[in-house]
Design a protein around this ligand. Structure first.
Ligand code: PLP
Length: 436
């Protein structure tokens, strides 16, 4: 354990280390009865392998270091005209420039929000509210995140017509379906860049050409591609694009919406004139600074992270498919982001598998974190044509910056046995070849 303590101490940034040394002795962090007081430290020590980076990422130590002064030392309101306010404003402006650089946007086109969900809501509701059209129609896909899907459903209740484009077995939309869905009333298309469960990448540049030819606004939820793919809003041709800090080693509760200059957008909150009248509310300065630093690191690390993580993901998939009968990768033939793998293990039961692996110190998931607790199989896996049982027997592994080859070796050593044990207990396991 002292080795673990050393690792923990060296992973913490200077400022955080000085805070934690004021906490009770390091050894007391290891006492399970006190785990509730220091859950992060406890998790780092006992949770050996984390493969759920699409749900959230740890805050990078450099991000935490950048944020900490803005809680207490430099606490000014970024709208105040005095010096503390100006210092906060300077920090917000710096973060805006960094996010704009990540997206190839102008600083003035970045609106800070409370995360991906708010960015998606602002894009959809804001664009619809600003539209001059008397009749409104929007197009989205069946595999969007609930931040978009449930917004679209709420808009339907307000009288907006919505077309949900289906996807094929590989989890990618067909451009012909999008072309066919456009009507004279269509005012917005919203398609995600990479799917959070499958990692499949949608043909955003082609869709933006279709949207622009039809004079329709185009929103893209890029929450799962920021930091994983190069993002250039001009090359992608989008009018609106959402990102979230906690998917790129930044803090939870902070995000941004890119709004192309001239795009009509009605604010969805009412208050002051913050964010150029597009999103009122006192800026979350530490969170915004964290997003800015995370964006800077994402840009710097993109290529190295990608190459390394792709090879680890492929090793995970190849070994698991070799070792487990009747397992297949969902969306395998599509272009996918480097870190995501969604695997169906016939008749193993995804939730039971997640729990079994968790007991062995491996964290992965059955799908979107915000759907956990939801009854019913994943809407994404159902949309690609899996049966409810197949969908319920699928796991999502999402790798990240700190994933190591040794961790992948450990995971592939543990999973086949766990799958076999659960299959032996499963009422779905009628296949003699599998139970043999
Ligand atoms: C594709 C996608 N969009 C939106 C969100 C919501 O982002 P946030 O958690 O910042 O609200 C997520 C989160 O999982 C996501 O994966």
């Amino acid at each position: 354990m002292s080795g673990n303590l050393h690792v923990l101490q060296t992973r913490l940034p200077n400022t955080a280390r000085s805070f934690t040394t004021k906490a009770p002795a390091w050894d007391s962090l290891l006492d399970p009865s006190r785990a509730y007081r220091y859950p992060e430290c406890w998790q780092l020590l006992v949770m050996r392998i984390y493969l759920d980076y699409n749900a959230t990422t740890p805050v990078d130590p450099a991000v935490l270091d950048a944020m900490l002064p803005y809680f207490a030392e430099t606490f000014g309101n970024a709208s105040s005209i005095h010096s503390p306010g100006q210092r906060a404003r300077g920090a917000v402006d710096g973060a805006r420039a960094s996010v704009a650089a990540l997206l190839g946007a102008k600083n003035s086109e970045i609106v800070f929000t409370s995360g991906g969900t708010e960015s998606d809501n602002l894009a959809l509701f804001g664009a619809v509210a600003a539209s001059q059209e008397p009749r409104k129609h929007i197009i989205t896909t069946a595999i969007e995140h609930h931040a978009v899907l449930n917004s679209a459903q709420a808009l339907e209740k307000l009288g907006v017509a919505v077309t949900y484009i289906p996807v094929g077995r590989e989890g990618v939309v067909d451009l012909a379906d999008i072309r066919r869905a456009i009507t004279p009333e269509t005012m917005l298309i919203s398609v995600m860049h990479a799917n959070n469960e499958l990692g499949t990448i949608q043909p955003i540049e082609e869709i933006s050409r279709i949207a622009s030819a039809a004079k329709v606004l185009f929103h893209c939820d890029a929450v799962q591609t920021a930091g994983k793919l190069p993002l250039d809003v001009n090359r992608l041709g989008v009018d609106l694009l959402s990102i979230s800090a906690h998917k790129i080693y930044g803090p939870k509760g902070t995000g941004a919406l890119y709004v192309r200059s001239g795009t009509p957008l009605e604010p969805q909150f009412h208050g002051g004139h913050h964010e150029r009248d597009r999103r009122p509310g006192t800026e979350n300065v530490p969170g915004i600074v964290g997003l800015g630093k995370a964006a800077e690191l994402a840009r710097k690390n993109l290529m190295t992270d990608c190459a390394r993580i792709t090879s680890l993901r492929n090793r995970l998939e190849d070994t698991l498919l070799g070792a487990c009968a009747d397992a297949h990768v969902n969306g395998k033939r599509a272009q996918r982001v480097s870190n995501t793998s969604n695997i169906s293990f016939h008749a193993a039961g995804g939730e039971a598998l997640v729990i079994a692996l968790d007991l062995q110190g491996i964290a992965c998931s059955t799908g979107a974190a915000c759907s956990s607790g939801a009854v019913g199989p994943s809407h994404v896996l159902m949309a690609i044509g899996l049966s409810p049982d197949e969908a319920r027997s699928s796991l999502r592994f999402s790798l990240g910056r700190t994933t190591t080859p040794a961790e992948i070796d450990q995971v592939v050593a543990v999973i086949p046995q766990a799958v076999e044990r659960l299959r032996a207990l499963s009422p779905l396991n009628t296949n003699a070849a599998i139970s043999a």
